[in-house]
Structures are given as structure tokens and as C-alpha cells.
Design a protein around this ligand. Structure first.
Ligand SMILES: O=c1[nH]cnc2c1ncn2[C@@H]1O[C@H](CO)[C@@H](O)[C@H]1O
Length: 395
């Protein structure tokens, strides 16, 4: 969520930060008040402060750290020849960042800073997918998910106090498809009950193509209904061009499990029944145009199925997926790509207005807050148009 520039230039310069270079050319970070013990993936931890004092060119070193935390490369065609290679690097970057972000004092600053970056891009409300990782203190004390969720709630409230035109933020609790999904569903049910204002729902994340299907998790996903609990689903589904495979069925299963939105939904184009269901039930597809290009799902946006969805008036919203890993921040970059690349020559101001309005319409907010947010946004929109009619020739 937060730019890697901040992670490297601010967070890694804080005291007690250790680094380790792994055998598979990745890095790990750990804050500790004593020399950390070797781990299976990390034999030798070095205090960053001491390491930086020894090396000649700290700027180059910091640049190399940033490269570990993003997908940026000078030569993407050569470095990432296919989806497998780029996904491997992608997951490594998440693991590298985790050591920094899950340090309890950093997490507080990180959430605040993340909201700030969105706020500077005129974003007024956030729905964030998060695994709610456990967090750790300098002495090794571990906090559980409840603690992490409370911190998210506290920091968000603080941010809203400081920025009254920001409405708030909610979390979609996300389980990695390689994890114990059933356990996470049970936890999520409880957290949704205890924090109904903060927990929007549940999702399963991680690479879809070589992972377990939604159908594989059917028992876990039936739990909320069986227990009479509220746990709206916001499934990633159809982030694949692997037509006809088991994972290609996820999109239909997501709908049959009553998903509230569909993350990516790239595969929807060749499932007419799923497309019809999604349209009829008014289930929006979350487009992530930059993610789809960087992670090599599509090389040219004009070939993105959303080109057709948009011209059919299918419910669509824009999402940035993992902005800092793609070297972007906020949402404007993705709006731009959707506008120019997917909307094409027929896109106009009305396209942008519809997409922005959809963000609110298809959010998980209760109706009264949705209306409030929509009014707040419309006022800003009208003011912008009024002030810029001549400048941008908006007539
Ligand atoms: O676009 C995506 N599709 C599926 N999974 C994703 C995407 N972006 C991030 N993650 C997953 O979220 C985890 C971090 O919490 C990562 O491990 C990654 O697998």
C-alpha cells in the first residue's frame, strides 16, 4: 500500500533493523533488540546500520533494496519472460516487505502513511484486502490478528479526525490459498461479529493458476451460511487465461457462493452464464489494469475482456491491486489505464464519472454511509468541473 521509497528511506533507517540475504536472492528484514537467531531461510543477520557504515555507496545499496520490494526492472521483457517468473518475484517481494511492515511500531505509521498516499490522490474511502498478519515487538513479543485489526481501526479513526473529508477504511480479511483456509474463515466470522464496522468480508488470495480452486474450499466457504453468520465474500476469481482448466471455473463458483464483487474476473468473457449472472445480480468486476499488465495476464489492454464489458455496461470498478509493488500510488494511474486503454476513443468524462460513482455504489458500506459518501464525492466532482470547464474545454 505504501511506496517502497518510504519503506527503504524511512523504515530501514530506524534503529535495530537487521537484514539477511537469502540463498534464493531475496532479502528478509527483522527488528530486534538483540542479534537474531539464524532461521532456516536466514543464516546470517546483519545490523543495517553497521552494514551501511561499511559499504561505499548507500544510494546504490538503497536502490537495490527497493528492487527487492517491487517488480521494477530496467528490462522487463528479459527479466520476466513469463507469468511464472514474475509471480515468483512478486511473492518474494511480499515476504521481504513483511518483516518491515509487521513490526508493531512500523505498522501504525505504515497504515497512516498508506491512507495519506491515497488521500493525496483524492481518495475518500478505502476497502483493503489484508491477511491481518501477526505483528511483533523488538523483544520478540507477538500480537495476534485481533490486535492488528484494532490498530487498523485506531489509526484509521485518527486519520479521519485529522482529515474530515476522508470517510474511513474497511478490511476484507484475506486467506492465502496455500494456508489453512478453514481456520481463517472461522476467525473472520468472529472478527466480523466483533468489528462489524471495520470488517467488510472475506477473500482467498494468491496465484490462482497453480493454486487450489474455490470449489476445493467449498466446506470452509459454506461455514458462514451453516452457522448463520454474516461474512460477505469478495472473491478473486478468473485472474487467469487458462481457459477450460479447473481454476477457470472459479468465476462461476464465486457467483454461486454469492460473492459481492469479483476480483479481476478476466476469465468472465468466455463464460456467458457467469457474465449474465454477474450482470443480473449487479455484481461488479474489479478491474486492475496495471496489475494485469505487470503480472503478464494481458500484454495489450485493447485485448482485455473489459473492453467488451465496458461497452456492454457491465458493472465495473477500478482497483490498484498492489500499487507499491507496481511502482504506482493511489488510483489515478489505474483510472488512466482504464480510461485510455480499455475505454478507448469513445471514453469521455462520463466514463470517469461512472467509474468513480461505481466505486461508491459497489462498496460494502451500509446504505446511509454510501449515500453520504456519494454526496460528498458529487460535491467535489461538480466543483472540479465548474472550476475547470474552460481550462479543459469540458463543455
Ligand atoms: O492480484 C492478485 N491476485 C491474487 N493474489 C494477489 C494479488 N495481489 C496480491 N495477491 C496476494 O496477496 C498476498 C499478500 O497479502 C500475496 O502473497 C499475493 O499472493
Amino acid at each position: 500500500m505504501v511506496s517502497v521509497e518510504w519503506l527503504v528511506k524511512n523504515v530501514t533507517y530506524r534503529p535495530h533493523c537487521y537484514i539477511c540475504f537469502t540463498w534464493d536472492n531475496s532479502v528478509r528484514f527483522l527488528f530486534s533488540d538483540k542479534q537474531p537467531f539464524p532461521r532456516w531461510d536466514c543464516l546470517y543477520w546483519q545490523l543495517l546500520e553497521a552494514l551501511r557504515a561499511r559499504i561505499g555507496d548507500p544510494t546504490r545499496f538503497d536502490d537495490s533494496l527497493m528492487q527487492h520490494l517491487t517488480l521494477f526492472t530496467e528490462d522487463p521483457e528479459r527479466e520476466y519472460p513469463n507469468q511464472n517468473v514474475v509471480w515468483e518475484k512478486f511473492e518474494k517481494a511480499f515476504i521481504a516487505a513483511a518483516g518491515l511492515i509487521t513490526h508493531a511500531p512500523v505498522l501504525r505509521d505504515y497504515i497512516y502513511k498508506g491512507l495519506e498516499e491515497l488521500y493525496y490522490d483524492n481518495i475518500m474511502y478505502l476497502e483493503l484486502r489484508s491477511g491481518l498478519s501477526r505483528t511483533y515487538e523488538l523483544d520478540g513479543t507477538i500480537h495476534d490478528k485481533v490486535w492488528t485489526l484494532k490498530v487498523f481501526q485506531e489509526v484509521t479513526q485518527m486519520f479521519v479526525q485529522d482529515h474530515p473529508d476522508f470517510l474511513g477504511a474497511r478490511i476484507i480479511i484475506s486467506a492465502h490459498r496455500l494456508s489453512e483456509v478453514k481456520t481463517v474463515v472461522k476467525e473472520a466470522i468472529q472478527l466480523q461479529k466483533d468489528f462489524p464496522d471495520v470488517v467488510a468480508g472475506f477473500d482467498i488470495v494468491g496465484r490462482e493458476d497453480d493454486g487450489r480452486t474455490l470449489w476445493f474450499f467449498r466446506e470452509a466457504l459454506s461455514l458462514p451460511a451453516q452457522l448463520g453468520a454474516t461474512l460477505p465474500f469478495f472473491f478473486h476469481a478468473g485472474e487467469t487465461d487458462d481457459e477450460g482448466s479447473d481454476v477457470d471455473q472459479n468465476i462461476l463458483d464465486a457467483l454461486l457462493f454469492n460473492t459481492s464483487r469479483i476480483g479481476h474476473g478476466y476469465a468472465i468473457a468466455h463464460h456467458p452464464l457467469a457474465k449474465e449472472l454477474s450482470r443480473k445480480r449487479n455484481i461488479a468486476v474489479e478491474l486492475c489494469p496495471i496489475s494485469n499488465q505487470v503480472l503478464k495476464l494481458v500484454s495489450d489492454l485493447r485485448n482485455h475482456p473489459a473492453v467488451v464489458l465496458m461497452s456492454e455496461g457491465h458493472p465495473l470498478v477500478i482497483s490498484s491491486d498492489d500499487p507499491s509493488l507496481f511502482g504506482t500510488s493511489g488510483l489515478s494511474y489505474d483510472f488512466y489505464q482504464a480510461f485510455v486503454g480499455i475505454g478507448g476513443l469513445k471514453a469521455n468524462l462520463g466514463t470517469l464519472k461512472e467509474l468513480a460513482s461505481n466505486s461508491i455504489r459497489y462498496s460494502s458500506l451500509p446504505t446511509n454511509l454510501k449515500n453520504k459518501l456519494h454526496d460528498m464525492w458529487l460535491e467535489k466532482w461538480d466543483l472540479f468541473i465548474a472550476n475547470n470547464t474552460t481550462k479543459y474545454n469540458l463543455e
